[in-house]
Design a protein around this ligand. Sequence first.
Ligand SMILES: [Zn+2]
Length: 136
Amino acid sequence: MEKDYRKMLDRAYEELPDQMETTDRFQIPRAYVRQQGRRSYIMNFKEIADELRRDPKHLMKFLLNETATRGNFDGTRARFQGRFSSDSIRNLIEIYTNKYVICPVCNRPDTHIVRERRLNFLQCDACGARSSIGKS
Ligand SMILES: [Zn+2]
């Protein structure tokens, strides 16, 4: 009986490394962009912010700055004035992720933003590094 249990445990441990690898590599969430007339929408905007664990307002502000346009977040989707391709939006989200989510020291996404004297820092929960990300 005990032997069988041991075997089961061994097997369970053998299966672990694969699972850990998949959670290790952070996938940048893919934006689903739609154009309607002279407007563009990120249909899964809330999901993207959730996956990045960032305030949707913060991500929205970044995108509006980069695209130099106006827009708003309605709780689920983000709307932008003007036509923006999926590629350009995805590219901006990648830039955002690399700048505001991924720790530059250990390359992990387990971070949060802390504010001190009007300066923003990326505080890493994994390795403890604190990196400056500029003024707010
Ligand atoms: Zn780190």
